[in-house]
Design a protein around this ligand. Structure first.
Ligand code: BTN
Length: 255
């Protein structure tokens, strides 16, 4: 489905994020489009969008299926402080949650680290990659399930779409406009006050206060109560032996 740039511009607010949109009907991965765009001198704030992806990637080295009627976008962002880089995926999760509220009038749940759920099923995923050298580039990839679709059997019980969750599907142009504005706001908070962004995330995370199983990278499973997140986004568990441990990555299942 082609991208209607006029429709997008009609809906978008001000701000650098999303000023430019690079659209491909089909891409391998918008993560790679954004990286190539950055190398070629593309302006930070540019949104690289694809109608479908043939090699979409998810967290922890997984593949991300990208059937038509989803929104697949990577924002190229240029932080000035390397310490804030781990929090860009937090800004992304809060932004998608806000955008879904605006365009579909539907609340969502933010699950650590940055999955967006509706009714306990995954509605959107976020993948942040970065390069840190003379300058810092963050590539914030966001995949949103928008229109109703037949998921493969292995994910059908775990995934949902905006249409299934709210009764109708926004256009990708309207959703991207809302997402760009919300991201502008959260990145601005991140830049001026990272602690305020973490506070907001903490207040919205459905994971906190719950008993969880966390499969850490490498496969070791930890069980305990999720009690907090750190200033850099790690999840703090109170383990069954009473000790506390923080995790920067992993898969959480809530009891
Ligand atoms: C996850 O939940 O594992 C994160 C999924 C991130 C998917 C998006 S779709 C747009 C961008 N391009 C990719 O290849 N991945 C991200």
């Amino acid at each position: 489905m082609p991208f209607d740039f006029l429709e997008y511009r009609r809906h978008r607010g001000s701000g650098a994020i999303g000023t430019a949109v690079v659209y491909l009907e089909e891409s391998g991965s918008t993560m790679d489009d954004a990286r190539a765009g950055a190398v070629a001198g593309g302006a930070p704030g540019t949104a690289y969008v694809a109608g479908t992806q043939t090699a979409g990637r998810g967290r922890l080295g997984r593949a991300w299926q990208a059937p038509p009627r989803g929104l697949y976008v990577t924002f190229h962002l240029r932080p000035t402080d390397a310490a804030t880089v781990p929090l860009y995926s937090v800004a992304g999760a809060l932004a998608v949650s806000d955008a879904v509220r605006v365009v579909a009038n539907r609340g969502t749940e933010v699950k650590w680290p940055n999955d967006l759920l509706a009714g306990g099923r995954k509605l959107a995923g976020i993948l942040a990659e970065s390069t840190i050298g003379d300058r810092i580039d963050v590539f914030l990839g966001i995949g949103v399930n928008v229109g109703a679709q037949q998921f493969p059997p292995e994910v059908a019980a775990l995934a949902t779409t905006i249409e299934d969750a709210s009764g109708s599907a926004p256009s990708n142009e309207v959703l991207l406009a809302a997402l760009s504005s919300a991201l502008e706001r959260h990145v601005s908070t991140l830049t001026s006050s990272p602690a305020a962004l973490v506070d907001e995330w903490r207040s919205r995370l459905v994971t906190l206060g719950r008993r969880v199983r966390l499969a850490a990278v490498g496969g070791v499973v930890h069980e305990g109560e999720a009690v907090d997140v750190t200033s850099s986004g790690e999840l703090v568990l109170r383990l069954d032996d009473g000790s506390r441990a923080s995790f920067a990555a992993g898969d959480v299942t809530m009891a």
